[in-house]
Write a protein that binds this ligand. Sequence first.
Ligand code: PHE
Ligand code: ZN
Length: 875
Amino acid sequence: MRDAEPQPVRLADYRPPDWLVDTVDLDISLHPSATRVVARLALRRNPEGEAGAPVVLDGDGLVLVRLALDGKPAAGGAFDASPDRLTLTPSADRFLLEVETLLDPTANTQLMGLYRTGGTYCTQCEPEGFRRITYFPDRSDVLAVYTTRIEADRDAAPVLLGNGNLLRNGPIAGTGRHYAVWHDPWPKPSYLFALVGGRLAKVPGHFVTASGRPVDLGIYVEEGKQDRAGYAMDALRRSMRWDETAFGREYDLDVFNIVAVSDFNMGAMENKGLNVFNDKYVLASPETATDADYANIEAIIAHEYFHNWTGNRITCRDWFQLCLKEGLTVFRDQEFSADQRSRPVKRIADVRLLKAQQFVEDAGPLAHPVRPEMYREINNFYTATVYEKGAEVVRMLKALLGEAGFRAGMDLYFARHDGDAATIEDFLACFAEATGRDLAHFALWYAQSGTPRLDVAGSYDEAAGTYRLDVVQSTPPTPGQPTKAPLLIPLALGLVGPNGHDLPLVLADGTPVEGVLEVTQEKQSFVFTGVGTRPVASLNRGFSASVNLVTDLSTDDLVFLAAHDRDPFNRFDAIQALAVQLLKRGAAEGTLPPHAALLDAARRLLEDGALDPAFKAQALALPGENEIAREIGTQVDPDAVHAARRALRRALAQALTDGFAATYAAMDTPGPYRPDAASAGRRALRTLSLDYLTVPGTPDALQRALARYRAADNMTDRFGTLAVLAQHDSPERREALDDFYVRFEKDPLVIDKWLSLQAQIPEAGTLDRVRALMLLPVFSMSNPNRVRALVGALATGNPTQFNRPDGAGYDFLVDVVLTLDAKNPQLASRLLSAFKTWRQLEPKRAALAERALRKVADAPGLSDDVADIALRALG
Ligand code: PHE
Ligand code: ZN
């Protein structure tokens, strides 16, 4: 709780720690309401710190029981302790501090520090949770070797897990308790500490590293869920192998454990040797998980595993460098999934997510640089910008340096910084040195916020045989950054000739272009020579640069690219660009403009037998309402956006009925369910076809969808057909929703899908429905997954109903946020960030949203987390 405005922390104020910790010995005796923690810290004055500085240790709500220095109980006056800080003024430059604290894990509803989930004890320490366990210099540049003794009741917690390797374990005679001692030989920051104690079932696995080290793998799940951990184990083993081949990185301990818990604020956490996961990203079976769930599990298992090198062996100097581990690790998990699945389809999905989340963030009041320079609450910086744009920046670096240069830079980074708490400057210096390139200009991507806009105009000179591109870049102002400088933008492109082949790219001075132009100035022209016929420019291929591209391509050009570009991403992008043009005009004019070209392009894609079904499913899915709103940018009326999109869906459905019917029949996937990308693609295209076929909403169409729902033998088809039906207020919808509930009432992760789907129905009754669903016993305000599935889905996945013209959607969210804030501030502030788009709304809604945000800002006793979002959103 805060009594004043949260104080800013600035990158410019970074100072090395005054004291270091060499070893941490923890003795933790688990008890539901009275857990005892004895911490022995070997403290040493840092020669690089401020001379004579006292020892100042962080705490957060701690209860101090006892304190000793070098084995002697500390007398009052020798220290100063509050729940949030411990200050000592020792006479020696090295000493052993022993501190005992008393914790109540059952009362910990913030899910930060030591808490309980379904009876299991677990910890979450990133970014500042370790200080809720014991007093410590809780910052990521203090690296220590940890040994952890965990003790617990044997029946309540037969499984005891810690970081590193197990040293010994056994019973404690005559007490009903037992213990385990874990030792992690790799120095690490406190945010990577973890322990788990509970009644859990182990799914075992095994891995032998490239150099022959055997590793025991374990995935721990709730008793009875073992048969849902197989895919996660498989994904883990594939990730371990991939990091060896793609980056030369081997695992470095004898064990690697993953624990799935049901109460978790985020997706998962990369604690050294002991990853803790939101169970939603571990558990999967054909009957309970969709293809998307399988893909997410694979990606997040890989992400956390990859952190072992990018995050753990090399960590961050301070939290401003968060993207050093997160952006890089997202890039690595994206590459892994691209290699395991279809590279173009993965890229399309990633860019869709980037635009839907990061571009939106960058265009509103919560915009911030990939590496922020100031924060008031670090928990609020686990954002799409740090993660997704952070990954794009690494991808752009690779586009500039090429495969070999990028790998050389990574190799140098691992070799030079192993064991370090590093910075973005350290990272970039490795690439600069390995390739001999000056990356000073490129580094601006980390510091400048906002999405750059790139205006590109092409002109063909038939007589001269030249094609000229005029490029103008600009970045709109963002909070704290009124003016912007030009960036170094790697623009991948091709000039496509009439036969669909790329023309050679040679600049007027004779330099050949290897597919990537480097745009460095505000205004620049590039003239290509030897161009015999008028080409069509295919720009920003593969989404090589994270920019808003504005071209002068005609409708015919886009239709041509959608059919012929050899870059699959740009085939997708061309058809999406056609759709966006129509939807923007449709929303502004209240009626759909002529759209024969889009229908034509869509038909050609649908009928192209050579195309991957997964690709078609992506290309033929219209941009979402949030995405259209962002493209419109100002004065957005969500109802008009919705109506335009509906009209275009209708037009597509009508024009392509035969094609969708044929595709629907052809994409049948008989045989048992398999989660691989090819089968998933067929299912996706089949459900998309069914969706279009159901658009007319006739009894026949609804009955066909309901029949498919009933016949489904896997969750992808069952939930896919349910989602189709959910769009149509009908008895069939009611029947399917009721059936789904009865089938899965006992399965919270599946119920989340059911909650989320209903929260996203674009009908006036939805808000009341959500309120009613909150009263069901399957819902709980203390479980983050439930809250996000229901309330989060309404706020971020249902633009017309969250932005109701009467403001009731905003008022509802504010009530939930204020109720939740006392319990779980992180969850509350994440929900509140749904307001990040309020400034783009038309004035009436914007005024209502602003009033709602003010109500939050003015509420007494707000957490720092929620106060920070409310004030920045209003700011
Ligand atoms: N570091 C985690 C990840 O991205 C995310 C996380 C942050 C989890 C903070 C919990 C708390 O892999
Ligand atoms: Zn991460």
